[in-house]
Design a protein around this ligand. Structure first.
Ligand code: DC
Length: 221
């Protein structure tokens, strides 16, 4: 199988870009953040606090998380038989996700599932630890980033277009906090793999980034 690993901080555009590149090249797109988000949703529904490590791990170890693809090829996350795609994109779930993703047992289960997908399909997989842990041997690794202000502005635009009332400075602060947690946790922190190619999208349009990734992947193939 030919696997592509894409890592980077929240809001760098990983999922938008990876989805488009996967479609262009006929790869299976795997969004690993949504798997962690499904687990966080289950913890919120169970009324847990992220700091309650024992209970969080117990609940997560008992969950069944899997992926399906709809007729348009869009990834759907299935949590204990329920399609939870509609519930995992909120700020509340995002913050809970980053807080519980620090626990080893939460990660181990999902890493195993992600590696299995990489042995079955040509995948473009995005997350935080794909190039450094999940798909260490991937022939193409990309580290996609952008400044925190740019990422906050993109998120702000997305939310206001949906009619959500929000504040740009608060969004940027949330992004900076999440980056800090993701980059400084003990297990599999977010960092650029030594053999990853750095792409900074701060001053690039979506199509420009997509074309750059397609070029990198085709060259490696
Ligand atoms: O990519 P995202 O915003 O959906 O990710 C949500 C959180 O999940 C992020 O703050 C960190 C965590 N995550 C992780 O620890 N490892 C991954 N491979 C993917 C996401």
């Amino acid at each position: 199988m030919f696997n592509v690993a894409i890592d980077g901080p929240a809001g760098a555009g990983k999922s938008t870009i990876a989805k488009m590149v996967a479609k262009k090249l006929g790869f299976t797109y795997v969004d690993t953040g949504s798997m962690y988000r499904a687990m966080a949703l289950a913890c919120i529904r169970a009324g847990l606090k992220a700091s309650d490590e024992v209970e969080v791990c117990k609940v997560c170890e008992g969950l069944d998380v899997s992926l399906e693809y709809d007729e348009n090829g869009a990834q759907q996350v299935i949590l204990n038989g329920e399609n939870v795609n509609a519930y995992i994109r909120t700020e509340e779930v995002g913050n809970m996700t980053s807080a519980i993703a620090v626990y080893g047992p939460v990660r181990e289960k999902l890493v195993e599932l992600q590696r299995k997908l990489g042995t079955k399909y040509d995948v473009i997989m995005d997350g935080r630890d794909i190039g450094t842990c999940v798909l260490k041997d991937a022939p193409v690794k990309i580290y996609l980033t952008a400044s925190s202000r740019t990422r906050a502005e993109r998120r702000y635009k997305e939310l206001t277009e949906k009619g959500v009332d929000c504040n740009l400075d608060d969004i940027e602060k949330d992004i900076i906090d999440r980056d800090y947690r993701d980059m400084n946790r003990e297990i599999s922190p977010l960092k650029q793999a030594e053999d990853a190619i750095l792409v900074d999208s701060s001053n690039m349009g979506i199509d420009e980034v997509v074309n750059e990734l397609v070029r990198i992947i085709e060259e490696a193939r």
